[in-house]
Write a protein that binds this ligand. Structure first.
Ligand code: NAD
Length: 477
């Protein structure tokens, strides 16, 4: 079988590694290599950063009007939709997310990311400060420079566009380093950007591994001005150390250990359906996943039973089959991590209701009960289709348990009590709180996490703050 080829994309052209090095992308469904991918080294990173620097310092992109950049980004969004089948399949082959989701959700959302930031940059306003006789004082937001964007594998195209869209809309140039497990759609995105009219060197892609590879070389590169990163908290720590040299700004979207709080006064059928979706969607490989479910005691047994039934009813299968709801986990290493958590939980006395490993790299959705809050499965981000369920009596107890994690990315509250909904939402230490729902996003809202779930916020004007330098101008009049 001939394998596909995925190269870097530097200075407007498909580019092999300077030293010819490659790595494989493995399709988690067949567990075989499907693509040969350029494996970048510091030399390739140098090349890509130089292209981005040149495009920033001398090229038209930062000097275009927001309307001109917006038109290019809208054309790119059109091209993503036109090539939707192809892009969706690339992500599904790389990391096993069901094609129905990559095709119907992720491509559309990626195009929406580009359109949103294209329009947002267009409508952004700056301040002029009145009340200074003799002086005119105003603010400008200017492109910051060369942005390093480092993305994870769990929603490859969606994560890449979420990072590059605001960076590009505000006139920066970018070097994108996608996760080594999911490289293919990023190169295609950069090719389509050139077709949409983006000048060469504005969006560059370098593939390779993180530590001691292209990722580490990119964040250490002195010509990188800003770093936007989504991935594990531990990786964020390493990147922050690298960013300290040269005091480069970072925006971090990191790990999570989300909680769903189900109160006895909630619509229980709905709460169970949404909490199960929040835990099992994308095989639990979502930073926002509600992997801990806290249930008020009067409805605890009922909820546990319903969650186990819902989990058992989810259809595992080939991600290319439109009826598949749970695809394989993204890699052998990740499968070993998730199944290791389940094994350890069982050894520590937890009860696993259904689920567990299946042939290949699938893990069936698993509901874990009889587990204490200090067990590893409750503390660590498992990032698989696994949730733990815990009873509680009072609202205070539920809030305290939900907040008992160093992470703070997401929480879901299920209640029909209006005052409780607002009260609990105010007490939860999480960047995103959904009440009686999950996953609803408006890209104007700040997105990010408390504590070890991140630094800074992206979305709407928050992205503008990060991806631009604010300048105050005072004119003697
Ligand atoms: P990861 O941290 O292992 O890798 C993410 C990216 O960082 C990859 O491109 C990798 O090559 C690169 N990288 C790794 N080490 C590096 C280093 N030393 N220097 C520079 N780059 C380096 O994360 P992952 O396994 O790809 O993704 C899963 C994680 O991402 C989970 O923790 C999840 O919660 C998190 N995540 C967070 C959000 C959010 O919005 N908060 C969204 C999605 C995923």
């Amino acid at each position: 079988m001939t394998l596909d080829t995925v190269t870097h994309f530097i200075g407007g052209a498909a580019t092999a590694s300077a030293d010819g090095a490659t790595m494989a992308s493995v399709d988690p469904t067949s567990r075989t290599e499907w693509a040969v991918v350029s494996r970048g080294s510091a030399r390739d990173v140098d090349h890509a950063v130089a292209a981005a620097r040149h495009a920033f310092d001398t090229g038209p992109w930062p000097r275009m009007t927001p309307a001109q950049r917006s038109a290019v980004l809208h054309r790119l969004a059109d091209l993503l939709l036109e090539h939707g089948d192809e892009l969706a399949l690339l992500d599904t082959r790389d990391m096993g997310r069901p094609l129905s989701m990559t095709r119907n959700n992720d491509v559309a959302r990626s195009a929406a990311n580009l359109r949103f930031f294209a329009d947002d940059a267009l409508s952004a306003l700056d301040e002029a400060l009145p009340g200074h006789p003799g002086h005119h004082i105003y603010t400008r937001h200017e492109p910051a420079g060369v942005v390093a964007a480092i993305s994870p594998w769990n929603f490859p195209l969606m994560q890449a566009t979420w990072k590059i869209a605001p960076a590009l809309a505000h006139g920066n140039t970018v070097v994108l380093k996608p996760a080594e497990q999911s490289p293919a759609s990023a190169t295609r995105l950069a090719e389509l950007a050139v077709r949409a009219g983006m000048p060469a060197g504005v969006l560059n892609v370098v593939h390779g591994v993180g530590p001691e590879g292209a990722g580490a070389a990119l964040v250490a590169h002195p010509d990188v001005d800003l770093i936007t990163f989504t991935g594990e908290t531990r990786t964020g720590e390493a990147i922050m150390r690298a960013a300290a040299t040269g005091v480069r700004a970072v925006s971090f979207e990191l790990g999570g250990k989300g909680a769903s709080l189900i109160f006895a006064d909630a619509d229980i059928d709905r709460a169970v359906a949404v909490a199960a979706d929040a835990a099992f969607s994308n095989a639990g490989q979502i930073c926002l996943a509600g992997s801990r479910v806290f249930v008020q005691r009067p409805v605890y047994e009922q909820v546990v039973e319903a969650l186990a039934k819902t989990a058992a009813g989810l259809r595992l299968g080939d991600p290319r089959d439109p009826s598949t709801q749970v695809g394989p986990l993204s890699s052998e290493e990740h499968h070993a991590k998730v199944t290791g958590h389940l094994r350890r939980a069982a050894e520590e006395g937890a009860t696993l209701l259904g689920g567990g490993p299946r042939d290949g790299w699938w893990v069936a959705p698993t509901v874990v009960v009889d587990v204490t809050a200090d067990a590893a499965i409750c503390r660590d981000e498992v990032f698989g289709p696994v949730l733990t369920v815990h009873p509680f009596d009072t609202e205070e107890e539920a809030v305290q348990a939900a907040n008992a994690t160093p992470y703070g990315l997401s929480a879901m509250v299920f209640t029909n009590h209006l005052a409780r909904a607002h009260r609990v939402a105010g007490l939860l230490r999480a960047g995103n709180v959904w009440v009686n729902c999950f996953w609803i996003r408006d890209l104007r809202s700040p997105f990010g996490g408390f504590g070890r779930s991140g630094i800074g916020r992206e979305g709407g004007r928050h992205s503008r703050e990060f991806f631009t330098e604010a300048k105050t101008v005072v004119i003697d009049v």
